[in-house]
Structure formats: structure tokens, C-alpha cells
Design a protein around this ligand. Structure first.
Ligand SMILES: Nc1ncnc2c1ncn2[C@@H]1O[C@H](COP(=O)(O)OP(=O)(O)OP(=O)(O)O)[C@@H](O)[C@H]1O
Length: 273
């Protein structure tokens, strides 16, 4: 492919065609096409129940308890043809409400992110310990390394799970509500981490409820009712219009202090009552 064509069509980290998800007799996703460009941060937003988490799980092959019909390619290769360990090294996942690791120590939880790098039953090596330490420092969680996960607060725990995803050192990171329970300084830290990852050539996809933070991404996917309503650059006025519309004009996208933010549009209702 020529250089000019490559710049028009950047390589895709993830391509999904006709993603349909059915749970019982209900179709949750109605044939979604999604192209995620490599080396960029894409945020996925939309109202509760729009299908954001389902889409992220469906394209990563992690969806259980539902039937998935999708043609997904990871870095140009059919997802189902990639061996499980290689897939786990290429694609890191940070999900919601993981409860299976409560009694593990923080260091051991983060070390789980290194499993795809280790030979079967082989002990962790120096590179694994180094990756764990680096990830725990990046999320400011190193001081809890000897505590069980169950003893941490919601935000502390989230930073440990982020460290686990980071220490996979995958090209593609998929994160479902990564800011859950994080206070504003650690939300900012998370954005810095994402920007550093993207600058290093990685791809980040994050489902976010914090619309102002989602607007700091490169691209935004806006979902409603099991469909993608809009996919565009975060700085594009068409994206802002679609965002306001999907949230029933109850938010306004404004340019404040050099960045785009979304604020609740509550005065209009107060004015009519
Ligand atoms: N296993 C399931 N069985 C039946 N319905 C399901 C199942 N999983 C999800 N749903 C439904 O599918 C819809 C999409 O759910 P999903 O969790 O993907 O939404 P979301 O956009 O991530 O929502 P939120 O913003 O509230 O986290 C919801 O209406 C949900 O109730």
C-alpha cells in the first residue's frame, strides 16, 4: 500500500463486522460494524443499557451467557484463528466487578497479567517481576503489594486491576469503565497513562461514563439501543451534536480552558418549571 493511502486509511487494531448478540429471545446488539484504528484512543459512550459493555466483550471474545455472531479481526487476523495465549498477550482487558481474586495479594493479582508470557507451569521470571513492579508504580499501587485485594477500597482496587491490565504489555487495551471509583487526581493519572500508551504506538478502547474525559480521546463511538449512532473524532462538531442528541440534549459540549467538556444542561428544565 502506498504511503498516501496508508495515511488515508490508518492500520486497524480491531475490525468487527456485523456483531449480533442475542440473550435468550432478546437481541442486544443489532449487527454492528466497528473499525478501531491502531495507535489511537477510542472512547465508547452512550446511555445506560446502550450495549457498550456487551460490544466490548463481544469483540474481545469474552462474552459469556449470550450468543455472539461476529466477524472480528485483531491486527488484520481473524480473532478465532489466533491461539489463546497469543491473543491474551495482544489484547489486555480491564473489566467491571471482577470478584474471583479477593483473597489474593495485590502483587499476585497483578502477576496474573503475566500468565500469557509464561510457559505452562513455569515460575515467573525477572521480566515478569519487573513488569509487575513497573505497572504497580504507574498506578501508584506499589505500597499495597502485600495486602489482599479484599482489604482495598474501591478506587485502590481499581488501580490494582489497571496495573494487571498494564503489565500484560499488550498492543491493544480494552477497558470497561476504568475510572469507576477513581478520584479526580487518579482519573487524571489514568489519562496520562493512556496518552503515554498511545504515544508508544498502543491502541486503547475505553467504555466511559465520564463524558468529559471520554472527549479527551482521539475518537468517540456513540451508542444507543444496541447500535452505533456515530463514530467520529472527539474534536468534530458532528460528534458533539451526536453526543448531545443521544443524551436527549441534557448535556452541552463546551470548549473550556482549551478542552472539550460535557456539562449537565439542567437550567432549561428549571426554566420551564
Ligand atoms: N445476559 C444478558 N441477558 C439479558 N439481557 C442482557 C444480558 N446482558 C446484557 N443484557 C442487556 O443488554 C443491554 C445492554 O447491556 P450493556 O451492559 O451492554 O449496556 P451498557 O451500555 O454497558 O450499560 P451501562 O451504561 O448501564 O453499563 C441492557 O439492556 C442489558 O439489560
Amino acid at each position: 500500500m502506498s504511503r498516501s493511502l496508508q495515511s488515508v486509511h490508518p492500520p486497524l487494531a480491531l475490525e468487527a463486522r456485523n456483531v449480533r448478540v442475542q440473550a435468550g429471545d432478546r437481541e442486544i446488539l443489532h449487527g454492528i460494524d466497528l473499525d478501531i484504528p491502531a495507535g489511537r484512543w477510542t472512547s465508547i459512550v452512550g446511555p445506560n443499557g446502550a450495549g457498550k459493555s456487551t460490544l466490548l466483550k463481544a469483540v474481545s471474545g469474552l462474552l459469556r451467557h449470550a450468543s455472539v455472531d461476529a466477524d472480528v479481526r485483531l491486527m488484520g487476523r481473524p480473532l478465532h484463528g489466533i491461539p489463546a495465549r497469543e491473543r491474551a498477550r495482544s489484547m489486555a482487558w480491564l473489566g467491571q466487578n471482577e470478584t474471583a481474586m479477593e483473597e489474593l495479594l495485590v502483587h499476585d493479582v497483578v502477576m496474573l497479567g503475566r500468565l500469557p508470557h509464561q510457559a505452562w507451569l513455569a515460575p515467573a521470571g525477572p521480566a515478569d517481576f519487573e513488569a509487575v513492579e513497573q505497572a504497580l508504580h504507574m498506578t501508584h499501587a506499589w505500597q499495597w503489594r502485600s495486602r489482599p485485594l479484599s482489604q482495598l477500597s474501591g478506587g485502590e482496587r481499581q488501580r490494582v486491576l489497571l496495573a494487571r491490565a498494564l503489565c500484560v504489555q499488550a498492543q491493544l487495551l480494552l477497558m470497561d469503565e476504568p475510572l469507576a471509583n477513581l478520584d479526580p487526581p487518579h482519573q487524571t493519572d489514568w489519562m496520562h497513562i493512556v496518552r503515554d500508551l498511545v504515544s508508544a504506538g498502543n491502541t486503547v478502547v475505553s467504555v466511559l461514563h465520564e463524558v468529559s474525559i471520554a472527549l479527551q480521546a482521539d475518537d468517540m463511538v456513540i451508542m444507543a439501543n444496541g447500535r452505533v449512532q456515530h463514530h467520529g473524532a472527539c474534536a468534530d462538531p458532528a460528534t458533539h451534536a451526536a453526543l448531545e442528541q443521544v443524551f436527549e440534549n441534557r448535556i452541552r459540549v463546551l470548549h473550556v480552558d482549551g478542552v472539550w467538556v460535557a456539562l449537565p444542561h439542567w437550567r432549561s428544565r428549571a426554566a420551564t418549571t
